[in-house]
Design a protein around this ligand. Structure first.
Ligand SMILES: Nc1ncnc2c1ncn2[C@@H]1O[C@H](COP(=O)(O)OP(=O)(O)O)[C@@H](O)[C@H]1O
Ligand SMILES: [Mg+2]
Length: 138
């Protein structure tokens, strides 16, 4: 497990490298690993831009259901007033493109976000060889 404090851009770069290494070591192919890297990028960028920093935790899990990479983002920022709207493509309160959270949801296999006035938590995972397990996703 790796916990990376995110304050400035170089922290996001460190998190990206750690995610790439973890995903590749676990057996994700190049495409799959880069999807995890992109998700980490978007979450890390949001931590800097909207929450004055936070933490990204990367871990792997392996059990009878298979192997997956887990990406968690947490912060003590102001939270997201309307999560549904924030998830919608093109919705940004910071002059961004507003596609980050939606991309994270699409790039990863499972996605959950919880946010209130005390902060935001995102939890997402990506399975290794998900297609071979016969449950593709939309
Ligand atoms: N960690 C966070 N804390 C508070 N607000 C956030 C956080 N992450 C995202 N948001 C809110 O959700 C919106 C959508 O985020 P995102 O999809 O990444 O688009 P963008 O970063 O381009 O604005 C942001 O504009 C911001 O209002
Ligand atoms: Mg963003």
């Amino acid at each position: 497990m790796e916990r990376i404090r995110i304050r400035v851009d170089v922290d996001v770069q460190r998190a990206r490298r750690a995610a790439r290494r973890l995903a590749t070591d676990l057996g994700l192919d190049r495409n799959g690993a880069e999807m995890v890297v992109l998700a980490v990028s978007e979450l890390g960028t949001n931590l800097i831009r909207y929450a004055r920093g936070g933490e990204i935790t990367l871990s792997t899990m392996q059990d009878e259901r298979g192997a997956r990479v887990l990406v968690e983002s947490r912060d003590d920022g102001p939270g997201i007033a309307d999560v549904d709207q924030a998830m919608a493509n093109g919705s940004s309160t910071g002059g961004g493109l507003g596609g980050g959270l939606g991309a994270v949801r699409r790039l990863m296999d499972e996605f959950a976000i919880v946010s209130d006035a005390s902060g935001t938590r995102v939890r997402a995972c990506k399975w290794v060889r998900k297609s071979e397990r016969g449950c593709g996703h939309t």
